[in-house]
Design a protein around this ligand. Sequence first.
Ligand code: M7G
Length: 261
Amino acid sequence: MDNAVLILEKTSFDNSDLDTVLGDATTFRLQLKNDIYHSYLTRPPPDVNEVKATLVCPATAKHLEKYTQQEMFLVTETEQDYRDITLPFLLESQFSLQWVYNILEGRAEQNHVVFDDPDPENGFVLLPDLKWDQKEATQLYLVAICRRRNIKSLRDLTGNHLPLLENVFFQTQAEVLSHFGVPASQLRCYLHYQPSYYHLHVHITHLAADVPGSGVERAHLLTDVIHDLRRDGDVCRTRPLSFPLRSNDELLARFRDAGRL
Ligand code: M7G
């Protein structure tokens, strides 16, 4: 029998649904009353009470590891650690990139694509992230997947990639404004280090959205990366980079075995 990961999340309310959420069909059960403070449990009607279900099936052992709640540890990786520990590990064990290639080659999610720049060097596909229910622009979560296939992560970026990064940055801002009405000043564009999928992609989220993975221990703002690379084209390859790892992550074991934790 196959393993599966199922993630259940209550979706946010749409402001236009407020009349239904608070309508006659909604029941309120008092939980607590203290002075002017009240708390209730309420059951809005099913059509405004959806649950987003994300299924990974069949799920590999690595997926089960990724989605199991665990203690986290912060690792600081030097240039040498990357060469000796991280790179060999990720070359032998990483998630399949098939879903990425399906998007780039037009075999999946094509009806959701927001923007497609076909340039093989600097082009990218912009589309909703799997995590976004695509209901509210204030919860916007898009992913820009670069067409070039030889850039694994932030670690590989050099000054030569500036035209690609600038293209993603500026075109994404313009497209998000025209499609969703969200201005650049309300967008968070960032790269994860470590990512789960080692094919360069940029996360684009609304500043108002409290999304997992946007904390300082994992997210690197694209604008900061661009400015750093303009000053020193080797900075991403050479600077120490810190990131969190789950307690049962094999990469954490390798850092421990190397005496780096
Ligand atoms: P990441 O930093 O490599 O890993 O980002 P993370 O999942 O640990 O954040 C990959 C991003 O791609 C995440 O935001 C995922 O939600 C998103 N993503 C993953 N998959 C498998 C898909 C997919 O099949 N379609 C879309 N549209 N997004 C995906």
